[in-house]
Design a protein around this ligand. Structure first.
Ligand code: HPA
Length: 272
């Protein structure tokens, strides 16, 4: 057993012993920057702050609360990650994904990831939602580097279909039902925390990426390694650098994400 697996197991057992995990959540949802208002729709059955888990990374980003919330959506057991850990906060890749691996130990089988992203595709505009059909991970550190945790998955996991077609199609259908426009595309994660330069934006668009952000892909790689079914939604909060007249600002990112958290709730309530 690797040290990482035994540490995660200890964390899980500790939370269980304190009765903080009220049930086995089949669904996991990660709320991206500015999307935390989603939680206002929920009845909270249990709440665990990352800061209260010994050995866990702490979120340093004010826009991310850094906690797990246990709730029921349509009688299904769900754990919501209200805020995430980012690579740019200075944690090693293995620490960034502890949050996801702990969700696996809790019992999560289906994972829905959300994020705020800059639009690269010229057809996108701020406040569009984009279903993530595939991703580009080549600019970040692969979180599976290091000794393989065989309890979770294979040394060389397949990434042909990271984003589950059936689950993704359900999201498309639910958006259509509520007449919420849902674009589709490829998400590229960069490390951040600086935004891209206009030339980098041109390069990423040429590569075929449709949206750019600073999260998600590290998480979905480990989730896929562990055999979770995954779907992802990007909230296009702004056009990437050089595609609009203004400069990049986190105020704009957070303000536009906030506007969209209820749309995402509506869609996920239909899907779960
Ligand atoms: N670039 C990177 N990350 C982001 C952006 C962006 O334009 N918008 C929101 N997150």
């Amino acid at each position: 057993m690797t040290k990482e697996y035994s540490n995660l197991k200890k964390m899980y057992e500790g939370l269980k012993a304190k009765k903080l995990i009220p049930y086995k959540p089949k669904w996991g949802i990660i709320l991206g920057s500015g999307l935390g208002d989603f939680v206002e729709n929920l009845k909270i059955d249990s709440l665990i702050k990352f800061a209260d888990i010994k050995g866990f990374p702490k979120t340093t980003n004010k826009a991310h609360k850094g906690r797990y919330i246990f709730t029921k959506i349509n009688a299904e057991n769900v754990v919501v990650m209200n805020g995430r850990i980012h690579f740019y906060e200075g944690y090693d890749a293995i620490d960034v994904v502890k949050t996801i691996r702990l969700m696996k130990l809790m019992g999560v089988e289906n994972l829905i990831v959300t994020n705020a992203a800059g639009g690269l595709n010229k057809k996108f505009k701020p406040n569009d939602l984009m279903l993530i059909r595939d991703h580009i991970s080549i600019f970040i550190k692969n979180p599976l580097i290091g000794e393989n945790i065989s309890e979770f998955g294979a040394r060389f996991p397949d990434m042909t279909e990271v984003y589950d077609k059936k689950l993704s199609d359900k999201i498309k259908k639910a958006s259509a039902k509520y007449k919420i426009s849902m674009k589709e595309g490829v998400y590229v994660q960069l490390t951040g925390p600086s935004y891209e330069s206009p030339f980098e934006v041109k390069l990423l668009a040429k590569m075929g990426a449709d949206a750019v952000g600073m999260s998600t892909v590290m998480e979905t790689i480990v989730a896929r390694h562990m055999g979770m079914k995954i779907a992802g939604i990007s909230c296009i909060t702004n056009l990437a650098a050089g595609l609009s007249k203004g400069l990049q600002s986190d105020e704009e990112v957070l303000m536009n994400a906030k506007k969209n958290s209820n749309k995402i709730y509506k869609i996920l309530k239909e899907v779960i």
